[in-house]
Design a protein around this ligand. Sequence first.
Ligand code: URA
Length: 236
Amino acid sequence: MSSRLDRFISQNSVFSLSDTRLLIAQKRIVLDGHLAHSIQQKVTKFTQVVLDGKCLTYKTPVYLMLNKPRGVVSATKDLKHPTVLDLIQHPQKNELHIAGRLDFNTTGLMLLTNDGAWSRKMSLPETKLEKTYEVTLSKPLNDDYVAVFREGIYFSYENITTRPAGLEILSEYTARLSLVEGKYHQVKRMFGFFQNQVLSLHRASVGNLSLEALEVGKSRALTEEELDLTCEGAAQ
Ligand code: URA
């Protein structure tokens, strides 16, 4: 497993992904005895990375996707219910945190990592990472929903208007919703605007990541390709 230099720096120092370019320009990073020249240089656990004369130690980064079942809490500990962490077998599982929670009965794609910079970036609305949800409603849908979701809905509690969201009506009671943000219970509250109760909610994708054949309750590591694409998306 290797890590891109900017990701490595953000994980192992006080500097962020976007600081790395400047650190390189200021000749403050040395890789295996040579000045670093690109944020895209690869760092493995055998690479010696020196920043401002201090050697950084490598913490193996972990990035997992999980297909969350219903009835599991998006938390690392819970006294009453099983948590998503209970579903994971990984030697570093106790280092992991959740990048984007799902409600108890929501199913689908969840991301877990020990890389705080990555998860922060992934959840910033400015990153505009699209999350796709499949929704089943209790009342029939119509085209008014599409227009209202595109315009945005005012949430008085936070005093915000939701960012433009894409709604594709799939059948009378089902739809696919694309959001670039993740406010508390956002999907349920958006359909709540029409007093339409969400009966089931499934997150099918986050950015370029999708569950594909991953079984319910199972997790797997993101591939390097997935991670690179995610970081490129998250860096825009
Ligand atoms: N919106 C919700 O209302 N619930 C979720 O679990 C995710 C998004």
